[in-house]
Design a protein. Structure first.
Length: 199
């Protein structure tokens, strides 16, 4: 039930570190733009020029998307649980391609693209962010466990494979329940994923 998020950054090398700093060193949850950058620099984050983020392959995808109206996503997430049952989830995105300038997706919106609550579970999502925001998707999954006595696995299926799929909300989610059980659902063709445990 602690949270930190940033959006609208242009030159912080590892925005996920800035999100953690917001959680650990500010009374706030969500900082954006210049204020977020200034906060990150004040807390020792490395900065890089915009060219650091340029990637020819992704640029070509962007150009293709302009003509073909193809939507692609570029999100990475992780969920972890320790031996005391403390659950953490983190999500970082570069994009949905061909979005409008100023658009913010689901990733930094707590409860949409990222959520963790001890005793319930932790979740990180990838996909078409607007759908994950409208459905408050990761919290929607947690809430079914909290108030509806569903397992995290059942709840993940309900939200990803029924609710979002019926709306055309492409995407997926990774999660851990309160006992460390792995939950993975995606309604897209593929979602690279993996897990590791003590064995
Ligand atoms: N899920 C990533 C985004 O929509 O920005």
């Amino acid at each position: 039930m602690q949270a930190g998020a940033v959006a609208g950054l242009t030159n912080i090398k590892n925005p996920i570190d800035a999100a953690i700093a917001v959680m650990e060193h500010s009374p706030h949850v969500f900082l954006i733009g210049k204020g977020a950058e200034e906060f990150a620099v004040t807390h020792g984050m490395d900065t890089v020029p915009q060219s650091y983020f340029f990637n020819e392959y992704r640029y070509q995808e962007h150009l293709e998307g302009l003509s073909e109206d193809k939507t692609k996503f570029g999100t990475v997430g992780a969920v972890a649980i320790d031996r005391n049952g403390n659950i953490a989830a983190g999500t970082s995105t570069g994009r949905m391609n061909n979005k409008r300038f100023g658009r913010v997706g689901d990733v930094p919106v707590i409860g949409a693209g990222t959520y963790a609550e001890n005793g319930i579970g932790g979740l990180s999502a990838t996909g078409h962010g607007e759908y994950f925001i409208r459905n408050v998707a990761t919290y929607d999954i947690a809430a079914q466990v909290k108030y509806g006595n569903e397992t995290l696995d059942e709840a993940g299926y309900n939200t990803l494979m029924k609710k979002l799929k019926s709306q055309g909300g492409d995407g997926g989610v990774i999660g851990l329940d309160s006992q460390g059980g792995v939950v993975i659902y995606f309604n897209t063709v593929a979602m690279p994923r993996g897990y590791i445990n003590s064995k």
